[in-house]
Write a protein that binds this ligand. Structure first.
Ligand code: ADP
Length: 337
């Protein structure tokens, strides 16, 4: 499909260039032809005047003869030259057009590739909870006698899968909404950093408390330009991950450093990330080996992709340093205002 579109676009480029080139060739030919006709009639008039004033003896056969053969040769040469020029333009613009069409379509091709990969991965993520829901319901319907506690267990498991699907659909919505915001260039408003971080910590605190994890906030106040809701969401993702990937009774610290940028660090004492996996964790649907193999740590591998979209929306970046079994530090760098 990409190849066909590229050829079509090359065709359109070519059509436009050739129309312009042929138009100018016709204009050039018409002008030169007019000059030749003028020259012909000027020479003829001159010849007639000499003939009537001085007689045929005064005629210089070389300077006054209208050599129509020469003129038609000149016409022929002009047509050949214009044809060669058009042929060169045709070949040159076919090569240039094909190259330019490729360059024009490249970002669209990359976007389409990304989208189809996303759809494939999303379908794969949807398949697991849907299959599990379906088989549990089928087993329930086939078995004749079910005790209340068995039915409750099935319903509980179904509910977990439904929540999983709901989280997944929320993540999809967030991803598209932040991508959309970036495209629309949503205005950022002047705001204080501290309340945004506190807001995010408040949202994660209940699950941290459940596992005896303490969240410490060492955030200095700084003024930034932000889309508040999005930035809170970014902090929620990082703090939630810090809690999720930490052992019970450990500590998560959120701190800031203000230099030429505003740096917000989320540090944990959790499982850490292997060096080879760090470069992939921002990819959509990527989960490091350890989190994928754990049945307790839930996720779809979309949180950090969303976080990265939000950072980009704020002209910021997220970086990571991590050591397996020692912990990780996620740093968000935002422009200072
Ligand atoms: P999810 O947490 O839903 O799997 P994310 O996109 O938030 O998805 O994270 C991608 C992967 O990066 C996680 O699966 C995990 O392997 C790794 N990761 C993220 N944050 C941390 C952290 N604080 N400590 C250890 N690993 C982490």
């Amino acid at each position: 499909m990409f190849r066909n579109t590229r050829l079509k676009l090359t065709g359109w480029y070519l059509l436009m260039i050739m129309l312009i080139s042929i138009f100018f060739s016709i204009v050039i030919y018409a002008n030169v032809d007019r000059e030749l006709v003028n020259f012909e009639s000027y020479t003829e008039t001159k010849r007639e005047r000499i003939l009537s004033n001085f007689g045929s003896s005064a005629l210089d056969p070389i300077s006054t003869a209208v050599d129509s053969e020469l003129i038609s040769e000149a016409r022929g040469r002009l047509i050949t030259n214009l044809a060669i020029l058009n042929a060169v333009i045709l070949v040159g613009s076919t090569i240039a057009g094909y190259f330019l069409a490729g360059r024009t379509l490249q970002p669209i091709k990359e976007m389409l590739d990304r989208q189809s990969r996303f759809i494939g991965d999303a379908a794969h993520e949807l398949k697991t909870p849907l299959t599990s829901l379906r088989s549990e319901i089928e087993v329930y319907m086939l078995s004749k006698k079910q005790t209340k506690s068995e039915a409750d267990a099935i319903l509980k498991s179904n509910l977990e899968e439904v929540i999983r699907l709901q989280n997944l659909s929320d993540s999809f919505m967030q991803l598209t909404s932040f991508e959309h915001k970036e495209l629309l260039n949503i205005p950022l408003v002047r705001t204080k950093l501290h309340p945004l971080v506190e807001n995010a910590i408040r949202k994660i605190e209940p699950q941290a408390k459940e596992r005896n994890i303490k969240i410490k906030c060492n955030v200095k106040n700084a003024t930034i330009f932000a889309d508040e809701k999005s930035l809170i969401q970014l902090f929620i993702i990082l703090i939630d991950n810090a809690v999720k990937y930490s052992p019970s009774r450990s500590k998560v610290t959120v701190s800031t450093k203000i230099s030429e940028n505003v740096l917000i660090m989320v540090k944990d004492e959790g499982i850490g990330i292997k060096e080879g996996e760090i470069s992939h964790i921002f990819d959509r649907f990527y989960r490091a080996d350890e989190s994928r193999s754990s049945t307790d740590i839930k996720g779809h591998g979309l949180g950090l992709s969303i976080a990265q979209e939000i950072a980009r929306l704020h002209n910021g970046v997220i970086s990571v340093t991590s050591k397996p079994s020692q912990g990780s530090v996620f740093t968000v760098a935002l422009p200072r205002h």
